[in-house]
Design a binder for this molecule. Structure first.
Ligand code: CA
Length: 233
């Protein structure tokens, strides 16, 4: 993959300059948009590889920008939100954002999120040629059609729900999945007690999957938001 082009959507000039300077220093190409209308227009005309999207825009809600882009493209969108916009952050992830950063953020954090997203993009590009019926991540292997998972070549004894949960996270490696997103995919609905059940299933899945469930290697918790399968180096 060539150096990716990043679209920065941010109305706050100092923040926009911070992001663009950071990207420039690290040899990324970038475009900028100061409003939601410009963002949607530039996303369709320039087809960037990744979008950094501020939620608080002057002309429209950032979530609306996600919905419009998602109506025709799967390009990765990383949301940048202020702490007061926590609920919007979850709505944004549910609307199809890939990841989030909370203001104020460090430049290192911004670059780390970008690397994860770019790696996932190039993984998807290779996956489409490779055999997509199996999944490998470090010592974890999933055979989707056979319905089994292996850790260090040893089969994991998973319940059907644990297996579904593992597959959903694996198919979205690198992406933060919200509680609502997960419960809707597993149970087809998202009630409070489904989210409570999700926690229970996640504990039992981790006991089987992680050598140290308190310092997980595969599944990362985003407190109050959801979970993410990490690409193991
Ligand atoms: Ca703003």
């Amino acid at each position: 993959m060539n150096k990716p082009v990043i679209l920065i959507v941010e109305d706050d000039v100092p923040v926009r300059n911070l992001i663009s300077t950071t990207l420039k220093t690290h040899d990324y190409k970038y475009l900028t948009a100061p409003s939601g209308t410009d963002a949607v227009m530039m996303a369709s005309s320039h087809n960037p590889d990744v979008v950094f999207l501020d939620l608080g825009l002057p002309d429209m809600d950032g979530v609306e920008v996600i919905r419009q882009i998602r109506s025709w493209s799967n390009m990765p969108i990383i949301v940048i939100s202020a702490r007061s916009e926590d609920d919007d952050k979850i709505t944004a992830l549910d609307a199809g954002a890939d990841d989030y950063l909370t203001k104020p953020f460090s430049v290192e954090e911004l670059l780390a999120r970008l690397r994860v997203t770019v790696r996932r993009l190039s993984m998807q590009n290779t996956d489409s040629n490779a055999d997509s019926s199996t999944y490998t991540n470090g010592n974890l292997k999933i055979d989707y059609p056979a319905g089994c998972a292996f850790l260090n070549n040893k089969e994991l004894k998973l319940t059907p729900i644990e297996f579904k949960l593992l597959c959903l996270l694996a198919k979205n490696t690198g992406k933060v999945l919200t509680h609502t997103y997960i419960t809707q995919h597993i149970w087809g609905r998202s009630w409070d007690n489904d989210i409570a059940s999700l926690r229970v299933f996640m504990v039992s899945l981790r006991k089987k999957l992680e050598s140290d469930p308190h310092s997980p290697e595969f599944i990362q918790t985003h407190v109050g938001i959801g979970y993410r399968m990490i690409k193991v180096e």
